[in-house]
Design a protein around this ligand. Structure first.
Ligand code: GTP
Ligand code: MG
Length: 449
């Protein structure tokens, strides 16, 4: 998501980088570019206008800070303004009431309500909750089957009572949830092609009947501007407490994400990033802003890694880093784990400083480069893996031959390895300074749950 917007903004900052300071003139040029980039990403024009004028107010007339170029200064300002625009702090669903707390999922047809119900079920379970799913769409013939199937596939308890009217289903579903000692009830309501009175009346009736702790509007991020219109209508006619923006894994231009919060004043709480039941992320305004500005999203990466890397392994790795013993064997093992964390291009997109064109390369080559790296490291002797500094020209030639690659590719790998080691060492130093003690390095934290 946000590829186009990201690369456009990157261009703006790049052109500022060479300048001495932010002047009215170069800021004005940049702002024009930023505005254009936002509009092209389908950001609501009023939202784009407001954002640009806030950036302008902060950027013009600034003295150059020592050690910071105007490009970086601008990135910082834009980042902070984007975070604000996206809602500032993280907003969590309110599940504090007496259990079972009903959560209503509402939205247009095909926006992703049913899929989100299953995903939320998984997320809630990870939070130690006991979700109960209720299919509240008696209209579309296969609607109930779809939820029941998804629920069962993910091990969720699901209501399978008679298909009467939607309000009655929700009431009974809630009672059944009490009997089953569930603490959150996800109500998967019916969607319509368009917003109509009937739909709103039914949703209002359900709301009065079950008094949900949370009404979540599920919107398809791919429909761009329309997503904002949909949100506005639901906001006027029903009201809701949070937004789930789905299909943000597609080539959505992201404008909806950037506009909805500003236009409705209601926070985005989750984003859907795929069809599988794990493809749901809590929405973090700061991380999203970083991702848009290609500043990397280390925290999301760390969270994803938590689910992949075991604690002992992580601590072992952290210890090696501290002692500067991280070698090519670890690198190879680490690559294998990175691969387990998801498609490599997605994982890399979360890392800071990985250029966008490198990602397209990875995508095109579909994991071949990882296999090549594994082949290269596989052709080294244990001594070489442990101490890459001994790799002179003739050794490199031998390795290239052994792995069916070229010396150039071997060199490139060694360069990447050094950069990665440097970056990891920095990360581990930075968090140690944070005073978290011996086990506080990010890699140690990777293993904690
Ligand atoms: N790529 C992607 N596809 C998604 C995401 N969320 C939902 N989908 C897909 O979107 C389609 C519609 O999803 P549903 O969950 O059935 O939508 P719904 O809102 O329940 O639809 P109705 O019940 O007909 O109103 C399905 O094919 C889902 O797999 C997402 O985050 N990413
Ligand atoms: Mg559905």
């Amino acid at each position: 998501m946000f590829e186009d917007l990201s690369s456009r903004l990157e261009g703006v900052f790049r052109s500022l980088r060479g300048r001495g300071l932010l002047t009215e003139e170069n800021v004005r040029d940049s702002l024009r570019e930023i505005r254009r980039a936002l509009l092209e990403a389908d950001v609501h024009y009023k939202v784009a206008k407001g954002l640009v004028s806030r950036i302008e107010a902060r950027a013009v007339g600034r003295e150059a800070l020592k050690g910071v170029n105007p490009g970086q200064q601008m990135v910082k300002i834009v980042h902070e303004e984007l975070v604000e625009l996206l809602g500032g702090a993280v907003a969590r669903p309110n599940l504090a009431g007496t259990p079972p707390v009903p959560v209503m999922l509402v939205g247009l047809q095909g926006s992703g309500k049913t899929t989100t119900a299953a995903k939320l079920g998984n997320w809630l379970k990870k939070q130690g909750r006991r979700p109960y799913l209720v299919p509240a769409d008696p209209y579309r013939p296969a609607a109930r089957d779809q939820l029941v199937k998804l629920a069962k596939a993910n091990g969720h308890d699901v209501y399978e009572g008679p298909e009467e009217d939607a309000v009655e289903i929700c009431r009974r579903g809630l009672k059944s949830a009490v009997r089953r000692a569930a603490d959150v009830v996800l109500l998967d309501t019916a969607g319509r092609l368009h917003i109509d009175e009937e739909l709103m009346a039914e949703l209002s009736a359900i709301r009065s009947a079950v008094k949900p702790g949370e009404v979540l509007l599920v919107v398809d991020g791919m429909i761009g501007q329309d997503a904002v219109n949909v949100a506005e209508r639901f906001s006027e006619e029903l009201g809701f407490d949070g937004v789930v923006l789905t299909k943000m894994d597609g080539d959505a231009r992201g404008g909806a994400a950037l506009s909805i919060r500003q236009v409705t004043g209601i926070p985005i709480k989750f984003v859907g990033v795929g069809e599988s039941a794990d493809a749901l992320e809590p929405f973090h305004p700061d991380r999203m802003a970083s991702r848009i500005l290609n500043m990397g999203d280390v925290l999301t990466l760390v969270e994803r890694a938590q689910e992949t890397v075991k604690q002992e392994e992580a601590e072992e790795l952290a210890a090696k880093l501290r002692k500067n013993e991280f070698d090519l064997s670890d690198f190879r093992a680490h690559l294998g784990k990175l691969r387990k964390m998801g498609p490599l291009s997605q994982v890399l997109a979360l890392l800071p400083g990985v250029p966008k064109d490198a990602l397209t390369e990875v995508e095109k080559d579909g994991g071949r480069s990882v296999r090549r790296v594994e082949a290269i490291i596989g052709s080294m002797t244990p001594a070489e893996r442990a101490k890459p500094s001994i790799l002179n020209g003739s050794r490199r030639k031998r390795i290239a031959r052994g792995s069916g690659t070229s010396v150039q590719e071997v060199n490139q790998l060694l360069k990447q390895f050094n950069e990665m080691r440097g970056m990891m060492r920095q990360m581990s130093k930075r968090s140690k300074r944070g005073g978290k003690g011996k086990r506080g390095g990010p890699l140690a934290r990777l293993g904690r749950r």
